[in-house]
Design a protein around this ligand. Sequence first.
Ligand code: ADP
Length: 537
Amino acid sequence: MLGTTMDFPLTLQHVFERGTQLFPNREIVTGGLGPRHRYTYREMGQRVHRLASAFQRLGLQPGERVATFGWNHYRHLEMYFAIPMQGAVLHTLNIRLFHDQLTYIVNHAADRFIVVDRSLLPVLQKLAPTFDTVEKLIVVDDGADCEVGDALDYEELLASGAEHFDFPRLDENTAAMMCYTSGTTDNPKGVAYSHRALTLHSFGASLADSLGVSQRDTVLAVVPMFHANAWGLPYASTLVGAKQVFPGNSMAAERVLELMQDEGVTLGAGVPTIWIGALPLLQAGKYDLSTVTRIACGGSAAPRGLIDAYDKLGLNIVHAWGMTEMSPLGSVSVPLVELDAADPAVRLDFKACQGMAVPGVEARVLDGDGQQVAWDGQTMGELIVRGPWVTATYYNDDRSAASFTSDGWFRTGDIVVMHPNGFIEIADRTKDVIKSGGEWISSVALENALMAHPKVQEAAVIGVPDERWSERPMACVVPRPEFKGTVTEEELSTFLAQQFAKWWLPEHYLFLVELPKTSVGKFDKKAMRAQYAQVSI
Ligand code: ADP
């Protein structure tokens, strides 16, 4: 028997309609190096209609790809809606990828137009001859002084559109957006998110036991709109009518904190390196963040010490885990009611875990033989997931099969332990876990411990080749500025020895001025392995 409820398509048109109709006066603010821009949902909605119409007049057909190459700003938000809602696909390009990867991605996705921030135009102009399918560059004026050649101007394009656009009724499984993984080892792999996935993800992100985005919030995503949809926050915020704040072309800690203070941000979101960078400024009492109710932190492990330091400042870090392949939200470390009465140290332990799979996502942990491991908080295995916003394959890619189990679960490549209460704790990525004498050492656990040391600002632990043990841990440490040159290997080793078995302790220490980071601000362990592995031999 079929249900009698409506077959209502879950599309971004619903997300857009709800936000613009019910919250027309809510603000959208863009910061950055230039003057701050602000307008309302009403104006955003009007411009989205014009933009969609303009793209249609330009010849954009349903299913075709329009790429963006830009920072987080209101025009990027306009494209987040105008392009998918007319049935075309928005493809966000990671502005920090290597040039040959950009060429690969643009050609693989067969992008027809690329909308680019003027300050980033020189990169694309150089690459343009390598693009097979791109017909036109469209330039967003961000104040940069740069020759635009025969590129179209975004505002002129928009002005050429009609006031009203009749958005077509779309099948909810139509592709809305595309994003490619950062591809640290191989060519990036593409994911095409359906309207249904992004709409359900917006619901998922808005649940109280998730990121709890609501109309009362002022949301600042410091995570780039070119990477994993800025964690889906622009869509979730529009669905619920939250005030949105975009950092524009500057994600420097001072500017981010200034925006948070001035605009009364309640929910901030970003990778740990952002909040590590902001910590000394906050500790110096330079900014008033009293409106902030939570800071979502993820993309790589938020160190326990960082969460603790923020707690002490009255700032609540909510640890979240996700992946490009998951739109991206997978789990959130929610404050479990059963932990209310627990010891503060235990509560902090769980806060530092990656948390529970959010409603909509199912998670399991498999050992090397494909059997589920016990949920005992100790046994490591690979995390696999499934759900309506998890990709079922990579876009047009014959490498897909290796990433899925035979029954269709997505293999995350993350090594985790599952706690009895369902909390996921990431020990490592399969490629970063340190294999020492047939056992696994969690680089993340060692890093977390090191970053809790008062003299350490940042630390990454990598496996370096070892004749006897196959691999041994090496700690790459950036001391806090005031301890530069004085922090010693012995004191860090003694500190770690209080928490870890002897065979886990790093064999080698390197003291550095900074750690290499990936295009999205994570520690670049592949680069570290390439650069430093030989140092130890
Ligand atoms: P990339 O491969 O470019 O880093 P993603 O942003 O999709 O692309 O990265 C997803 C990966 O980031 C996850 O598989 C996991 O290893 C890591 N990650 C994300 N969030 C967390 C977190 N909270 N703690 C630890 N690792 C995380």
